[in-house]
Ligand binder design. Structure first.
Ligand SMILES: NC(=O)c1ccc[n+]([C@@H]2O[C@H](COP(=O)([O-])OP(=O)(O)OC[C@H]3O[C@@H](n4cnc5c(N)ncnc54)[C@H](OP(=O)(O)O)[C@@H]3O)[C@@H](O)[C@H]2O)c1
Length: 323
């Protein structure tokens, strides 16, 4: 099968033939239709975080996919060949024509979504769900501040929090204000123009931090006592959390087919919607990574000023069409 591989840390993406994976009893073989690009693909491939995010080289990137079930293991009862599914990978990547994956990690693809749209959903939506409800304990009537609300994770967080009956305030670039209001944000603070802690009049119950750094440090002061700071990009200072009488946690996505099935139902009934920015063919993955690398200076040997590393400003995910 054709696949994209990283042969060495920081090395080029190589598109060529590799053996098709075989499945074990609890796995299915998926003919991949689409996969999506995540920051973590670039971070892992660069080797900059190899202590905490090690990979086995050569490595096929890709943490999420949509496709058709080609084969099922002898213990699998939930799927049959020909089913349209989507899900997350564990270890083996989805930048490939075929993927072996645990049957428990997939859900039925929502019938109203294209394969490209479906591939953009699993990582961002499940991260948003876990951030809001598992770690943030968000409830109806509460107020939440979401940093990076127009990003891939943030846009699901805005939609899910709004659907749950919370008041949603998001920080984002000013040009994303209309988009964020259309998906449920009550208020958008342009992070380039205003310091959120200076313009917020009320304290919030939950902060979901998808940015980190100084944005996280400034977030303690806008939380109510007993509130929750949930971070997706870096650990939260225990001392600062204790000083402000709030809880702080850095979350790590623990995806599941059941969780994704719950999200699939919300997509199918139109309660939430996916957002795809660009679709590339799998063989053009290098350009897709250049688009994203502008947001991750120094990763995979690229910088915002490197040729072709245009900063990816529009909202929505970058998807790779495989078949
Ligand atoms: N812990 C986990 O399990 C987990 C899972 C998934 C993702 N993540 C991490 O979560 C982060 C967000 O992921 P993503 O896929 O949503 O990223 P993304 O799609 O690139 O979105 C980032 C968004 O943040 C905006 N932004 C940049 N600086 C900001 C600031 N100072 N204040 C407010 N908004 C700002 C960007 O807008 P402009 O481009 O207009 O500046 C963009 O809309 C990444 O670091 C990712 O690695 C963690």
């Amino acid at each position: 099968m054709k696949a994209v591989r990283v042969l060495e840390y920081g090395g080029p993406l190589v598109f060529n033939d590799v053996p098709t994976p075989t499945i074990s009893r609890d796995e299915i073989l998926v003919k991949v239709k689409s996969t999506a690009v995540n920051h973590i693909d670039l971070v892992k491939a660069s080797g900059t975080a190899r202590e905490i995010l090690p990979i086995d080289l050569p490595w096929i990137p890709g943490h999420e996919f949509s496709g058709l079930v080609e084969q099922i293991g002898s213990d699998v009862a939930a799927c049959t060949p020909g089913d349209a599914v989507f899900g997350t990978t564990a270890g083996r990547g989805a930048y490939a024509e075929y993927l072996a994956v645990k049957a428990a990690a997939v859900a039925r693809k929502p019938s109203n979504l294209s394969f490209e749209e479906a591939a953009s959903v699993p990582v961002a939506s499940q991260t948003a769900w876990a951030g809001l409800f598992t770690h943030g304990h968000l409830e109806r009537g509460q107020m939440i501040l979401i940093h990076g609300g127009a990003g891939a994770v943030g846009s699901y967080a805005v939609q899910l929090a709004s659907h749950a009956g919370a008041t949603v305030i998001a920080t984002a670039s000013g040009h994303d204000e209309a988009y964020l209001k259309s998906i449920g944000a009550s208020r958008v603070i342009d992070y380039r123009e205003a310091a959120f802690e200076k313009v917020l009049r009320e304290k919030v119950d939950v902060v979901f931090d998808l940015i980190g750094g100084d944005t996280q440090e400034r977030s303690f002061s806008v939380l109510k006592e007993g509130g929750h700071l949930v971070a997706a990009t870096q650990p939260v200072s225990e001392e600062e959390a204790a000083r402000h009488h709030v809880s702080g946690v850095m979350m790590r996505l623990a995806p599941s087919g059941d969780g994704l099935g719950r999200i699939a139902r919300l997509l199918e009934e139109g309660t939430i919607r996916p957002d795809v920015a660009t679709v590339y063919a799998l063989r053009d993955v290098a350009q897709a990574w250049k688009d994203i690398a502008g947001n991750l200076p120094g990763v995979h040997g690229m910088s915002p000023s490197a040729p072709g590393a245009a900063r990816h400003r529009s909202h929505g995910k970058i998807v790779l069409r495989v078949a």
